[in-house]
Design a protein around this ligand. Structure first.
Ligand code: ZN
Length: 168
């Protein structure tokens, strides 16, 4: 086992009572701390509570990932300050995705990760279809274009980041 997750809050689907979500998010962060493992955070429409709980439960240690990050540039800096990595998925390729594209350009290179979230969040040009892990290349292409680096450099950097985070 290399990490705990994904854990977090989902106020979009609201499938469980928010108090219960918050209680277990806290408990799972404490488990990550006890085991000294990084944790992966799911945050959908719950930015404020996710950041607040992460700050309240913060410890200097393993850090983790904000997976399929959907917040602002300012918020990403708060998570990075806590020792977290910002992971971007398919939405960064959407034409109208102004904020994710800004984030893709602003996150320090040593704090950036990419992901698929397949079968969800399918990138362009397959938006609307079932996502596949191999489509992560479209996420990489878009971010490489935004940052004006080669796709190989982006792949190398994000791989290094992944290994550092999970101590591989
Ligand atoms: Zn998730």
């Amino acid at each position: 086992m290399i990490g705990i997750g994904e854990i977090g809050l989902d106020y979009y689907y609201d499938n469980s009572d928010r108090d219960i979500q918050r209680k277990w998010f806290r408990e799972q962060i404490r488990l990550a701390k006890e085991l000294d493992l990084p944790y992966g955070v799911h945050d959908r429409d719950a930015h404020e509570d996710v950041l607040r709980i992460m700050k309240e439960e913060h410890y200097d240690g393993a850090g983790g990932i904000l997976h399929c990050y959907s917040g602002s540039v300012e918020l990403s800096r708060e998570f990075i300050r806590l020792g977290f990595y910002i992971s971007l998925g398919g939405p960064v390729t959407f034409k109208n995705a102004r904020v994710p594209k800004l984030v893709a350009g602003e996150v320090p290179f040593d704090k950036l990760l990419i992901e698929t979230d397949s079968p969800y969040l399918t990138p362009e040009p397959y938006r609307g279809k079932r996502n596949e892990p191999k489509y992560v290349k479209y996420v990489a292409e878009e971010i490489a274009k935004i940052r004006n680096v080669s796709i190989d450099e982006l792949a190398e950097k994000t791989k290094e980041n992944f290994k550092r985070l999970f101590r591989l």
